[in-house]
Design a protein around this ligand. Sequence first.
Ligand SMILES: Cc1cc2nc3c(=O)[nH]c(=O)nc-3n(C[C@H](O)[C@H](O)[C@H](O)COP(=O)(O)OP(=O)(O)OC[C@H]3O[C@@H](n4cnc5c(N)ncnc54)[C@H](O)[C@@H]3O)c2cc1C
Length: 434
Amino acid sequence: MFGLKQPTETREHTGSYYAASANWQTNYPTLQGIHNTDVAIVGGGFTGVNTALELAERGFQVTLIEANKISWGATGRNGGQIIGGIGHSLNRFEKYVGQQGLRAIYDMGVECTNIIRERVARYDIDCDLTWGYCDVALKPRHLREFEAEKSYQERMGYPHPLELLDRDQIQQEVNSPIYLGGLLNRQGNGHCHVLNLCLGEARAAETLGAKIFENSRVTRLVEGTHPEVHTDSGIVKAKHVVLCGNAYLGDLVPTMSARIMPSNSSVITTEPLSAAQAKSIMPGNRAVCDPRTALDYFRLTADNRLLFGGLSNYTGREPSDLFGVMRGKLEKVFPQLAGVKLEHGWSGQMGIGINRMPQLGRLNGNVYYIQAYSGHGVAPTHMMARITAEMIAGQAERFDVFAKIPHWPFPGGKWLRTPSFALAMLYYKIRDEL
Ligand SMILES: Cc1cc2nc3c(=O)[nH]c(=O)nc-3n(C[C@H](O)[C@H](O)[C@H](O)COP(=O)(O)OP(=O)(O)OC[C@H]3O[C@@H](n4cnc5c(N)ncnc54)[C@H](O)[C@@H]3O)c2cc1C
């Protein structure tokens, strides 16, 4: 009988810097019994929470069901880099969406960072939001790519100035001996405390009437025009369901899991550095990425730690020596930090799709899904949530642009996709080194 079974497992946040410095702990109830709602949302990361918020802002009755804690997945574990743009290499998709569709996707890539800017201001969210981002070049060909990128953005009318930096100028932003130059974006991209951002967004949704449940894994989905989601102890009957479990959704819907590769990335933070030391390594306090497929990404936190992340291996699993592997990467970029004390280390799963464009679509009846940001989701999640809410509210135009893009299953199915991915990553790593 529903309502009688007590939860047997409480899944707390991973031991991250974010969890250790969260503004508050959420303690939403476990789903019990039968509930009716306009929209049931499965998954409480940026995608699910922002879909809930967008819908609650439009007056829908929303019920969000999270298997663990709000922001427990990639959302509460990532590098905190807010980077505009949706997907990678947009022009590849012209044959599916046309010139107009490409323009719409480009514009959404600008809008997505603005959503965060507006949301933080409107709901007064305390999340260390800091603007400023820099791509860094390891090879002369990266500098040529940055020049091409700057020209492309200018042709498209990107609203923030971009500056090319040479070897001397990059030192004023990132004091590392390994970079040849960079592309600086002072206002359009940035970084923040992602767990606190998502907690603030969840609280905003709750204030607008959204019901939130934690420790409630959805184990069964009933598709159709009267969809339902079931957990061990409850059922939500809805007019619409939106699936936002991404890399952690498992096999709830096999056609979705076949199109996504859960892939591991790991992050470490140092102990707080002195203000002088922090300024000396990252004078510009920007979020930083290099252009490789298995990239390094890093930034300072508000309490002057260096937060440093990277794709740690090609098997999709956390490395057994996480601190050792990640320290090696950090000290290659900043040899002056050799031996620095590391205080937090953790990993998370991101959903990778074959064409690296977020996957949005509709299953049978009123069931929608959003997944596969391919490592670049902090800002895009906010956009995909908005257009899914628009779709449910009756404006399908922007959702339909994405729904036109086909997404193929990974070859080899569930068992062979990991070795195939490892091989593909190895290919890209070799190519990156040339
Ligand atoms: C280590 C790491 C570093 C990253 N760095 C960056 C970065 O710096 N910048 C950037 O733009 N992107 C980054 N990303 C990617 C970004 O974090 C993700 O794209 C984004 O957070 C995805 O959000 P989401 O809500 O779709 O998924 P998630 O945050 O993973 O949330 C999914 C949620 O669904 C829940 N769930 C799953 N199945 C069920 C179920 N059956 N029932 C109920 N709940 C369920 C999970 O518990 C989870 O909380 C990084 C990712 C990782 C892992």
